[in-house]
Design a protein around this ligand. Structure first.
Ligand SMILES: NC(=O)c1ccc[n+]([C@@H]2O[C@H](COP(=O)([O-])OP(=O)(O)OC[C@H]3O[C@@H](n4cnc5c(N)ncnc54)[C@H](OP(=O)(O)O)[C@@H]3O)[C@@H](O)[C@H]2O)c1
Length: 301
């Protein structure tokens, strides 16, 4: 648990970009129910404060909850928010207890269907956003001997066909978190990774409309040789498969919320949390422990 002499206001940082959080963020609401101190830092130039999610959180009128909005891809915005947090602390020398890097976007597409711009866009948020936020907040987190919690994915441990733009960013988050954990250990900062399974049905990472929009753009931008070689039928079949996947997944995000809560509050947080159903848990064990010749045959080919 955060030590009692720690500043009672700023314990948790949740970030999002302008116009984000049209609904309350699940893990922060859980924290409120648990009566813990929360700061839900959304984004924030004042003009963005009209966002419904921000309004709802501000409407709680909690003196332990503040909303700040930012885009994790923008260094200036991140630095501004660090300053906002620092100046809100009763004693900045005591630092900030926790940072949860949750912001993420996702897309799909086989390697030959995915443009370089798409690879970069996803990495900009998922990987570089996490690195940028962590580096910027570490001086405060170090002072508190606090916690960094990075939201990765089961796809940060095992790859999947047609998910390379997402997988490479989450594998990157895993590597970054490991390096950081080693470096922070002697300084008393604990670093955890949460690797959710499939919660697509419960979140807005994908929707049928979004999948169709991605597919249309992708087909339109494909190099002619790729279009010709694979053909429209093959492409449409892959999109249909993705649509099926997006209607799947657990609608109960409480295991993820519990994992984040444990990582922030337990005296002995785990290095990795695996909130996922049995199918994905078993698949991840097989994919990460058995020879590829075996696991590929079971799950991929
Ligand atoms: N859903 C799943 O099945 C699943 C599985 C494994 C891991 N995850 C991971 O869980 C995390 C949360 O995703 P989710 O499933 O809850 O999806 P989500 O509902 O789409 O939430 C993602 C959040 O990140 C915000 N965001 C996106 N780009 C940002 C930026 N540049 N700066 C600041 N905030 C930004 C989004 O804001 P906007 O609403 O404005 O876009 C949104 O609030 C992600 O890291 C995701 O990769 C999800």
């Amino acid at each position: 648990m955060p030590s009692p002499d720690r500043d009672p206001v700023l314990q948790l940082l949740v970030v999002s970009k302008p116009q984000a959080l049209a609904r309350p963020w699940p893990w922060s609401s859980d924290w409120r129910q648990g009566g813990k101190e929360v700061v839900d830092q959304q984004l924030s130039p004042p003009q963005d404060k009209g966002d419904a999610g921000v309004k709802e959180l501000d409407g709680l009128k909690s003196d332990r909850l503040r909303t700040v909005q930012l885009n994790v891809c923008k260094s200036e915005e991140v630095e501004k928010v660090v300053e906002t947090v620092r100046s809100s602390l009763e004693d900045p020398e005591k630092g900030l207890w926790g940072l949860v890097n949750n912001a993420g976007i996702s897309t799909f597409g086989e390697v030959e269907f995915t443009s370089m711009e798409t690879y970069k866009e996803v990495a900009e948020v998922n990987l570089w956003g996490t690195v940028r936020m962590t580096k910027s907040f570490l001086p405060l987190i170090r002072r508190a001997k606090g916690r960094v919690v990075n939201i990765s994915s089961m796809l940060g441990r095992m790859a999947n066909p047609a998910r390379s733009p997402y997988c490479i960013t989450k594998f990157g988050v895993e590597a970054f978190s490991d390096c950081l954990r080693y470096e922070m250990h002697p300084l008393g900062v604990k670093v955890s990774v949460v690797e959710p399974g499939n919660f697509i049905a419960a979140t807005s990472l994908y929707s049928p409309e979004r999948i169709q929009a991605i597919a249309d753009k992708m087909w339109h931008e494909l190099p002619e040789v790729v279009r010709q070689d694979y053909g429209r039928k093959y492409f449409d079949e892959k999109i249909a498969k993705m649509e099926t996947y997006c209607n799947s997944g657990s609608t109960d995000t409480s295991p993820v919320i519990s994992a984040v809560t444990h990582a922030l509050t337990s005296a002995s947080p785990y290095t990795r949390y695996h909130p996922m159903d049995y199918y994905w848990w078993l698949r991840m064990q097989v994919m990460t422990h058995l020879p590829a010749a075996v696991s590929d045959r079971i799950y991929i080919h």
